[in-house]
Design a protein around this ligand. Structure first.
Ligand SMILES: [Zn+2]
Length: 283
């Protein structure tokens, strides 16, 4: 059965095309072909029939999907977007499934499948992809020049609690208020010291800035041991105190965050870059 199938395949190929000069069957050869796509000149591999005797080329083999993918890859390479192959490679290196990458980015799994399969991602989605795939060159704008530390998140929140004199880290409230205090602390620290406090990445969610993937982090933050974190510097403590004095009530920090341009201008789910910390108005 298997042999028969294979034989039929060979036969189909050989019946593809005869050389017009009478040299018999032509063979399929991979050649590079110049095309212009979205205004960019690209060289893409395509399959063509070639005569083994005279070298005459005729008729491109109809493999539309392959060619589309080759164009997409060459185009993305040319305009400095991650190619489908690069996305797959980076994702696998991090042991991420398409689903877990989608979750990291706050997009549907269908988007990941499309980008890996040849759909060209937008510049902003490319940036989000690079961040989610741990590209160091864009890491600074999402971590604020500091390595991400969950114990430090706990430490900063404990510092807020001690200044405010109440608990803000509560189970089951999805850090609705705690995340806003934390966000201000990270952003103000970045603006004034050039470094965030916790290395956290924030997403613009409908109810304000929130830790990116907070659902996966809450449990770990609750369990974290803050004594393992690098102690807060005097400058960092001053920043926490300033924010706490400005927003003594949780509702106040929540409302202030919703007035911040750097949150408002981001589309839903997008990463809020630290580089925008200069635009903070509330503190
Ligand atoms: Zn020929």
């Amino acid at each position: 059965m298997r042999t028969e199938k294979r034989l039929r395949g060979v036969e189909m190929k050989e019946n593809g095309m005869n050389c017009p000069e009478g040299h018999g069957k032509m063979v399929i050869k991979r050649i590079r072909k110049g095309i212009t796509f979205r205004g960019i000149h690209l060289t893409v591999p395509t399959n063509q029939y070639v005569c083994r005797v005279c070298g005459k080329e005729a008729g491109t083999v109809n493999q539309a999907a392959d060619t589309q993918m080759a164009i997409s890859e060459a185009y993305r390479k040319a305009v400095n977007l991650l190619t489908g192959k690069e996305i797959v490679e980076k994702r696998k290196k991090l042991n991420l499934t398409q689903e877990s990458l989608a979750k990291r980015m706050n997009v549907g799994i269908a988007s990941i499948k499309r980008w890996e399969g040849g759909t060209i991602q937008s510049k902003s989605m490319d940036r989000a992809l690079r961040i989610a795939l741990g590209d160091q060159s864009v890491g600074d704008s999402c971590t604020g020049n500091r390595a991400f530390s969950i114990p430090r998140i706990k430490l900063v929140l404990r510092e807020f609690e001690s200044v405010l004199g109440k608990h803000i880290l509560k189970k089951n409230d999805k850090m609705l208020f705690a995340a806003k205090y934390l966000w201000y602390a990270d952003m103000v620290a970045h603006r004034e010291t050039g470094e965030s406090m916790t290395g956290s990445t924030y997403a613009a969610l409908p109810y304000g800035p929130q830790l990116n993937n907070y659902k996966d982090l809450i449990e770990d933050i609750m369990k974290a041991d803050e004594s393992k974190a690098e102690p807060l510097s005097r400058e960092e403590k001053r920043i926490v105190t300033r924010i706490a004095m400005k927003f003594p009530e949780e509702r106040m920090v929540y409302d202030a965050a919703h007035k911040e341009k750097m949150w408002k201008k981001q589309p839903n789910g997008a990463i809020i870059p630290y580089t925008d910390s200069v635009e903070l108005g509330g503190v």
